[in-house]
Design a protein around this ligand. Structure first.
Ligand code: FAD
Ligand code: 2HG
Ligand code: ZN
Length: 469
């Protein structure tokens, strides 16, 4: 590689002002959790698909790897460069335009760097709804959401980002543009390249635009908080909510007491209804019938749960502001953890029925191995997805704990996940965090097929090397 010649080719491709090499590149080089700090040769900010293709061709000609990056909110270190100083960060942030909104087709076509919240707003302005929602929505991009197949809080009803995408535009490792921006709901013409790209974490191509599914806005959305004595009771409440609210149930989140105590510690101004419960459930109901019947159904369901002893107390938000406050509590957990310091993250999925037994035995195994260990357990119970994060004993340094105990803790947690038929990555992806788990725990035949796909689509290893596989 001749760095000067490459930098000149990149300047020719996107204009000198959009090739950053000097000054503080920290925002592009350090991940959201502050766990991985890399060093980029340059950060390139193309403004169009043609410019992305030109950047890819320039990097290919110089044998220089590219790391696609959206909002840099990923949890697994997939969007930051390594420490070599030889990788180029390809930031999609300037590509954030709305291309087309087709209200009859219920689709929205948008560039990959559009921030998720802006995409939601574009849909809302047309009287429609894009339901993908997660706490990072103010800064994550739709390209990053699709590259990681993000989950979030509405998966129960609408599925992961994958289910919300009908078409993609992608720049390939040859610098070609695949124009797959279909708004079709049916198209069985060979292999589904869209689904291959979604969840590939920037290792197979650069997503430059997407056609997304929209939905009618619900007539009413209601949010409730319920206090439960145990995880088994949360599960019984989920069963009841599903049977009484059916497809209206859009969110079912759980938070263990310690997770909420971190929010209380770091954000003491947030109102905290139902304090002290061992487990707190956040439920959301989106209903086409309207506010009054929806409220009646939700209150009747919670009343039945109280009678059956599944919940000890519950509140239904009376206003949009109150509902936002309840969600704010839940969405502050990742931020409160970040304030507390590094912990050992596990984004796991299990059959929902296996979750209480998994937690009982794994909590006990961890407490036996590490006296005083603290568990930050919360997540999307309705999807069988827990954020089962392991934090150092009180007073111990988080970074040192991570360094010294991560392998041991991961073995305990991931062996238990496997024994219960679960997955070591539910929604955050593999990135650089779980490459070891992929090699060790993914079936060899699946790994071999993935490696062949990677080799076929990116023979030079240009896109995000060392990530995922
Ligand atoms: P980045 O972090 O920039 O990149 C993520 C990965 O995608 C990298 O491997 C990168 O190379 C690749 N990539 C990015 N853009 C492109 C592109 N255009 N083409 C090809 N590859 C690309 N995740 C969930 O699933 N559910 C949650 O509930 C959730 N909550 C979160 C809450 C907080 C507070 C935070 C900080 C993160 C949360 N996340 C969650 C993780 C993260 O927000 C998501 O993974 C998000 O989808 C990443 O989007 P991004 O634009 O920030 O991607
Ligand atoms: C969430 O659901 C995110 O809030 C973050 O996926 C999870 O902080 C985490 O471990
Ligand atoms: Zn999550």
């Amino acid at each position: 590689m001749n760095p000067d010649a490459l930098l000149q080719a990149l300047r020719d491709a996107v204009g000198a002002a959009n090739v950053l090499t000097d000054g503080d590149l920290g925002a592009y080089e350090l991940d959201w959790r502050r766990r991985w700090r890399g060093k980029a040769l340059a950060v390139v900010r193309p403004g169009s698909t043609g410019e992305v293709a030109a950047v890819v061709r320039a990097c290919a000609a110089h044998g220089t790897p590219l790391v696609p990056q959206g909002g840099n909110t990923g949890m697994v270190g997939g969007g930051v460069p390594d420490a070599s100083g030889r990788q180029v960060v390809l930031s999609l942030q300037r590509m954030n335009r709305l291309r087309r909104l087709d209200a009859d087709n219920l689709t929205l076509t948008v560039e990959a760097g559009a921030v998720l919240q802006a995409v939601q707003q574009m849909a809302r302005e047309a009287g429609l709804w894009f339901p993908l929602s997660l706490a990072a929505e103010g800064s994550c991009t739709i390209g990053g959401n699709l590259a990681t197949n993000a989950g979030g809080t509405q998966v129960l009803r609408f599925g992961n980002a994958r289910e919300l995408c009908l078409g993609l535009e992608v720049v390939t490792a040859d610098g070609d543009v695949w124009g797959g921006l279909s708004g079709l709901r049916k198209d069985n013409t060979g292999y589904d390249l869209r689904h291959l790209m979604i969840g590939s974490e920037g290792t197979l191509g650069v997503i430059t635009a997407a056609t997304l599914k929209l939905f009618p806005q619900p007539a009413a959305t209601l949010t409730a908080l319920a206090a439960c004595g145990s995880l088994a009771d949360c599960l019984a409440l989920l069963r009841l909510a599903r049977s009484r609210l059916d497809a209206g149930l859009t969110g079912f989140e759980v938070m263990e007491r310690y997770a909420l105590s971190l929010v209380e510690k770091h954000f003491p101004a947030l109102p905290r209804p139902l304090p002290g419960a061992p487990w707190t459930v956040l439920l959301e109901l989106a209903d086409a019938e309207g506010e009054a019947p929806a409220r009646a159904r939700l209150e009747a369901m919670l009343g039945a749960a109280l009678e059956q002893g599944l919940v000890t107390d519950a509140v239904v938000a009376e206003s949009i502001a109150q509902a936002r406050g309840l969600w704010h509590l839940r969405e502050s957990i990742p931020l409160a953890q970040a304030e507390e310091g590094l912990n050992i993250k596990h984004d796991i999925s299990l059959p929902v029925s296996a979750i209480p037994a998994f937690c009982a035995s794994t909590d006990a195994a961890l407490r036996a191995a590490i006296p005083g260990v603290q568990l930050v357990n919360f997540g999307h119970l309705g999807d069988g997805n827990l954020h089962y994060n392991v934090q150092a004993p009180a007073g111990a340094d988080g970074a040192a704990f991570l360094r010294e105990r991560e392998d041991e803790v991961n073995r305990i947690v991931y062996d238990a996940v496997a024994a219960h038929g679960g997955s070591f990555s539910a929604e955050h992806g593999v990135g650089q965090l779980k490459v070891h788990e992929m090699a060790e725990r993914k079936p060899p035949v699946a790994l071999a097929m993935m490696k062949r796909i990677k080799q076929a689509l990116d023979p030079q290893g240009l896109f995000n090397p060392g990530r995922v596989l």
